[in-house]
Design a protein around this ligand. Structure first.
Ligand code: PLP
Length: 428
């Protein structure tokens, strides 16, 4: 590790993920590319194009220019003064990925992949989506670049996430409701893979997180590393020193990889927070790295920890946040668990609503339910640290999308009345 806080080398403008810690195909024992043979040439082409782009300084400049023009980058690092006063410990800083276009860090990944699609001369993109956020981000990118777009979504999720389906369709995407299996995210991924195999020449598969076969974990982390590059520079400017700890929620692991990658070579503790659902002891959660309920396996093109039974069938997961309930997790983070570079914790649904309530009241910030998991752990630990220390929380997205879930959690009677009245309007 290099401990020089003033080393500005490579901290602005150049992605750090070219370092040895996040170069695939394997990350320790995890990762790989377990794909049908028919996909080899397409994955090979993608790998080549990605590595060419990565070694071309003009590409990163093009990416940064696109993100500053289209998605409000660099996003601010906000000092949360009233939360800091409340907890009487470390200074709390919040990285504002919620200010991206489409409301979350997902824009960083899809826009980066959009530039690669253009370089490869392809004309169609496909994607899987669970909660619908990645589907909306991909459909937005496709509209911006003029690509055809098909989004695969489990039939159950199509029903649950109608507002996002509505916007995907308005953005010009075809949304396919997948009726296979349990009709949720993992089934949508399988179906998207099938489409890719049949349409490789024209089509790029925009994977939504730092999972799947090589080069996706490395590539998605590379685009998300823009979060960490900015955050490191901002905390040095605003606080005059590195943070003691950095917190991020972990679904597939892309926003966590993004912010963590700014600090891998620094003496900074990195904390990933998973969905604890109703509590780890209930089995109703989505904690792959912070519980003992997962095991190592190969599925969906890569090797990592999965929430699976002893026969390798995927378990059902639960979380209040639709974006953190995936059964697998980034192979890069699985390796960082093993090496001890990242610590993993879980936040329960109940703790998440409490942390959300507090950030709204104290700072006027509405983090996404996903992001609020990181807030929970940071709030637990801030009082342990002295006032001269700083911590950073990655606010991966904005919470406006969660109004249905949050209003239910608050059991808000006026909201209930509003929904019923709205439904009655349709019956008239
Ligand atoms: C999708 C999503 C996540 C989870 O995905 P990661 O790949 O783990 O970052 C977290 N926060 C928000 C706001 C999301 O939309």
């Amino acid at each position: 590790m290099k401990n020089n806080e003033n080393n500005e080398n490579n901290q602005w403008g150049e992605p750090i993920s070219s370092g040895t810690q996040v170069v695939g195909p394997y990350f320790g024992a995890y990762g790989g590319a377990f794909i049908p043979e028919i996909l080899y040439s397409t994955i090979e082409e993608l790998k080549e194009e990605f590595h060419k782009a990565k070694n071309d300084p003009a590409f990163w400049e093009e990416y940064k220019a696109l993100m500053s023009n289209y998605s409000c980058r660099p996003t601010p690092l906000t000092y949360a003064e009233r939360l800091t006063e409340h907890f009487k410990g470390a200074k709390i800083f919040i990285k504002r990925e919620d200010l991206n276009h489409t409301g979350a860090h997902k824009a960083n990944n899809v826009m980066g992949q959009g530039l690669l699609v253009k370089r490869m001369g392809k004309t169609r993109v496909i994607a899987e989506t669970g909660a619908g956020q990645h589907g909306v981000a991909t459909a937005t990118m496709a509209a911006r670049f003029g690509f055809d777009c098909t989004i695969y979504m489990g039939e159950v999720d199509v029903k649950r996430q109608r507002p996002n389906v509505f916007w995907m369709e308005r953005l010009g995407a075809t949304v396919v409701a997948v009726k296979e299996g349990t009709r949720i995210l993992k089934d949508a991924i399988n179906e998207a893979m099938r489409d890719w195999v049949s349409n490789m020449d024209s089509t790029h598969y925009v994977l939504g997180t730092a999972c799947g076969p090589h080069p996706f974990p490395e590539m998605v982390s590379y685009f998300q590393s823009i979060i960490g590059i900015e955050a490191r520079k901002q905390i040095l400017q605003q606080h005059g020193a590195l943070p003691a700890r950095v917190y991020a929620c972990v679904g597939g692991g892309s926003n966590a990889m993004g912010i963590f990658s700014g600090f891998f070579d620094d003496p900074v503790e990195l904390v990933g927070v998973e969905a604890g659902g109703y509590g780890l002891s209930t089995g109703q959660h989505a904690s792959r790295l912070s519980s003992n309920d997962s095991s190592i396996g190969v599925a969906q093109g890569y090797k990592t920890y999965f929430l699976q039974n002893h026969e390798g069938q995927m378990k059902e997961t639960h979380s209040v946040s639709a974006g953190l309930d995936y059964v697998g997790v980034s192979p890069i983070l699985a390796n960082f668990k093993e090496t001890g570079r990242v610590r993993f914790e879980a936040a329960t649904d109940k703790e998440v609503i409490e942390a959300l309530t507090l950030s709204i009241k104290k700072e006027g910030l509405i983090p996404a339910l996903e992001s609020a998991h990181a807030f929970v752990q940071a709030f637990k630990e801030a009082p342990e640290l002295s006032a001269d220390k700083a911590i950073i929380i990655n606010q991966s997205g904005r919470g406006d999308k969660d109004i249905f879930t949050v209003a239910d959690a608050y059991a808000d009677p006026a909201w209930r009345e509003f929904i019923i009245a709205k439904a009655e309007e349709y019956h008239e």
